[in-house]
Design a protein around this ligand. Sequence first.
Ligand SMILES: Cc1cc2nc3c(=O)[nH]c(=O)nc-3n(C[C@H](O)[C@H](O)[C@H](O)COP(=O)(O)O)c2cc1C
Length: 205
Amino acid sequence: MELKQAIEKRSSIRVYKQDPVPLEDLKEMVRLGSLAPSVANYQPWKFVIVTDRKLMRDMAAKVARKIEDIPANESRVAKNVKSQVEWFATFFQDAPAIIAVAMEQYESVLEKGVVIDHDEINRQRNYPDFQSAGACIQNMLLAAVDMDYGACWLSAPMMAKEALSKMLGLEEKYKLVAFVAVGRPDRIPQKKQARDIDEMVKVIG
Ligand SMILES: Cc1cc2nc3c(=O)[nH]c(=O)nc-3n(C[C@H](O)[C@H](O)[C@H](O)COP(=O)(O)O)c2cc1C
């Protein structure tokens, strides 16, 4: 598939056929993800591929409980909002596979020679660690399209990231960033309205 075609075809797929996704295909998505650019070429990522249904359900239950435990405000929509977000944060439990993306801390060249610490440099640089992980995840989503899978990027489950990291057996040095749910699409959502190019772009020069 042409890259342009994959970019135009990609959309977030949240409902999947139950066919298992072969491990080689999941690893190929990870391989292509890992070719993304990263800050200082640190390639900070670590991936956990999960197809164990029980683990996925247990993780989703943790996420749901976390959302339920957040005190609601007084608004009329409070209850609806919570159950809607809960679904968007837990549907991964019905996906044939998820790929958890985590990253370790990079060392910037600057922190070797200045008095400000890593976290402050990272903040001032606009979180290049998360930017790197984002590039990697987008590569994985496009790889999934190219291989005729559907995928969805999920950050909402990260509300329970401490518990999820433990359940995934992640070493402490890795920070969980997002999940990518993967499977053969069973429902393709309506394509979203593309924004007008001239409304998005300012040209100088
Ligand atoms: C950083 C990020 C986090 C996201 N987290 C979630 C999520 O937790 N749950 C979900 O269902 N979709 C999530 N999405 C998918 C977006 O909702 C989706 O990309 C957006 O609605 C546009 O639709 P499209 O992907 O079909 O173009 C996330 C996307 C991004 C980029």
